[in-house]
Design a protein around this ligand. Sequence first.
Ligand SMILES: Cc1cc2nc3c(=O)[nH]c(=O)nc-3n(C[C@H](O)[C@H](O)[C@H](O)COP(=O)(O)O)c2cc1C
Length: 158
Amino acid sequence: MKYLITWYTKTGTTKEIADQLAQALRDRGTEVDILPLEQAADLTPYSHVIVGAPINGMQWVPQAKQYLQANAAALDGVVLSLFAVSYVMHSGWKLWRKIVAKGIAELARTSGARQTAIFRGRIDKPLPTPARMLFGIPAATPLDLQDPTEVQAWAQEL
Ligand SMILES: Cc1cc2nc3c(=O)[nH]c(=O)nc-3n(C[C@H](O)[C@H](O)[C@H](O)COP(=O)(O)O)c2cc1C
């Protein structure tokens, strides 16, 4: 059994979470490789593949969706899990939460992923007030919502 965690990131959060997952899996004795999406072409060594990417525009970024499509045949032969990283999902209107969760559930259905998670992300600077209001994010919301305990708990399910 060998796991691959492959990630795409815009601002670094997804890579940090991928590293935390890898550590949690190694702590329980699992062999893990961790690679950016563009280097994760050969999936033959792996029994399990975990694909992680951020939510932008209330969807998993297109790079990650394209990866699932381009590697559909190889991913069919592994235990596949997906994770997303979202800031608004965990701080804004419930409507956004529903939209993000529905999108990830649909991706799991079409890709055959067994497990999914939507982790808390962070933003580098406060959103402009109109965007904050559109998303329904309270002004006092911390910029960094990450919770490593969530990541460690998910690792136990993989
Ligand atoms: C250009 C951009 C668009 C974003 N759009 C969304 C969004 O639509 N919904 C959301 O929940 N978070 C959104 N975020 C917040 C990211 O999901 C969050 O910052 C996450 O931690 C980023 O992951 P990364 O550092 O791996 O890129 C956006 C962030 C950026 C930079």
